[in-house]
Design a binder for this molecule. Structure first.
Ligand SMILES: [Zn+2]
Length: 133
């Protein structure tokens, strides 16, 4: 009967202290993680594609923003800054940056921005200030 009790016992053994073992495992884990992080060729292509897509989307956003800005300008140019009852639709307030701004409540055009003294001169914050239009 050619029964060998334990084949492995013939191999040389390695003994590690617990801290050496821990070090080895940490290095092993590090290698695994960095290998996992590396994108494959296919993943890299997807990433590149995403990047191109993001860039295209970004330039589209800029164009849209410009168009919106143009439209806002046209709306503001056409706006009489008045309510249907004929009164000016201008509201004003001092913002947290200390600047007082008066703007049209219909088209958001800022008709005044500057020192906060003007609101009191014009009859109070939030008052209708047609002199700015
Ligand atoms: Zn307006």
């Amino acid at each position: 009967m050619g029964f060998t009790p334990d084949q492995k016992s013939a191999e040389p053994t390695v003994s590690l202290t617990p801290s050496q073992f821990q070090e080895m495992m940490a290095a092993f884990a590090k290698t695994i993680v960095s290998e996992m992080k590396k994108p494959s060729e296919e993943e890299q292509a997807t990433l590149d594609n995403d990047k191109a897509l993001r860039e295209r989307r970004r330039s589209e956003m800029i164009i849209i923003a410009k168009e919106e800005e143009e439209m806002k300008k046209r709306t503001q140019a056409a706006c009489e800054h008045k309510k249907p009852n004929g009164q000016y639709a201008i509201g004003g307030q001092v913002f947290s940056d200390g600047i007082e701004r008066h703007f049209c409540l219909r088209c958001q055009k800022v008709v005044y921005s500057g020192a906060p003294a003007v609101a009191s001169m014009a009859g109070g914050l939030g008052g209708v200030t047609e002199s700015f239009v």
